[in-house]
Design a protein around this ligand. Structure first.
Ligand code: ZN
Length: 294
């Protein structure tokens, strides 16, 4: 039985059973009731190519593949793009990212993966998990998995062994999780704690929820007070990972503080983000390539 108002129970169950998939964009979240996260101070202009009305429903502009992924996110973001529809503020149009396989792909409540996207190079990182089974949720993309192994080795060396809780989640898994939650609690409630299909970072193969090796506080708020969390906050960027949902940035990221949710973006970007002290959304600014609706 999952009582989603008490996510620690869910996490505890996950540790025990090992088979339960954690929900959501991770765990719970304050959904962006205020509509799309305003990606940054300078971000009134995301490269929105959709027409607000037509694309307001997730999935309405998907179905074809992401098109050109050739544009790599600039290391210097925030170059202003043309405001395609002038939709400032309450822009809720869902955009499909054109670079789903890029380390710097942006996935959040506004930007989603193409429906047919599946990472091509998923592998199991050689690190401990809080469960024994070889499940889908052990997997990460190859480069991220190798970086994770280094990160875990470094943490262990510093006396803070870590364990993986949940990494990759297929589009099918996310879809069925989300649909179950909607069935159970209704769509509005479900959106508060679960990411819609295509909108979970776990579908990129670049994200992983972690805990201390004892599994205590796995994917729950109390993890934030652990030495492991403090270590990660300080050292994750050295290995290419960011704490994707920092404290106090809910209005921007769409998620409450999740000290356990690591996202691989590559060392250069991770260090730059840490240095600037910004969210991924703020860092990317308006340089998010999206596929053009046809
Ligand atoms: Zn997560």
């Amino acid at each position: 039985m999952l009582n989603l108002k008490q996510p620690w129970k869910l996490a505890a169950a996950a540790v025990v059973s090992g088979a339960l998939l954690l929900a959501a964009g991770c765990g719970g979240a304050k959904p962006p009731e205020t509509a799309a996260p305003d990606p940054s101070k300078s971000a009134a202009t995301t490269p929105v190519t959709g027409t607000g009305a037509d694309n307001s429903k997730p999935g309405s502009d998907v179905g074809k593949s992401g098109g050109t992924a050739s544009q790599t996110p600039a290391s210097k973001p925030s170059q202003p793009a043309e405001p395609a529809n002038g939709a400032k503020g309450g822009n809720t149009a869902i955009q499909v990212v054109a670079n789903p396989a890029d380390n710097a792909v942006m996935v959040n409540k506004t930007y989603k993966l193409p429906d047919n996207y599946k990472p091509a190079d998923l592998v199991e990182p050689d690190v401990p998990f809080t469960f024994k089974e070889h499940l889908e949720k052990r997997k990460m993309r190859k480069e991220a998995a190798a970086a994770l192994e280094k990160l875990f080795a470094a943490a262990k060396k510093d006396g803070l062994p870590l364990a993986g809780v949940s990494a990759y989640r297929s589009h099918e898994t996310q879809t069925s999780l989300y649909n179950n939650y909607v069935k159970k609690d209704g769509e509005e409630a479900a959106n508060k704690y679960s990411a819609k299909p295509g909108h979970s970072e776990h579908e990129t193969g670049l994200a992983i929820d972690v805990s201390g090796s004892n599994g205590k506080c796995a994917a729950t708020d109390c993890f934030g007070d652990t030495k492991e969390a403090k270590w990660l906050d300080q050292h994750a960027p050295e290995y290419g990972f960011i704490i994707r949902y920092p404290k106090g940035k809910e209005a921007i990221t769409g998620y409450q503080y999740e000290p356990w949710h690591l996202r691989y973006v590559g060392v250069d970007i991770a260090k730059d983000i840490a240095k600037k002290g910004v969210t991924f959304e703020e860092y990317m600014g308006s340089s998010i390539p999206v596929s053009k609706p046809k």
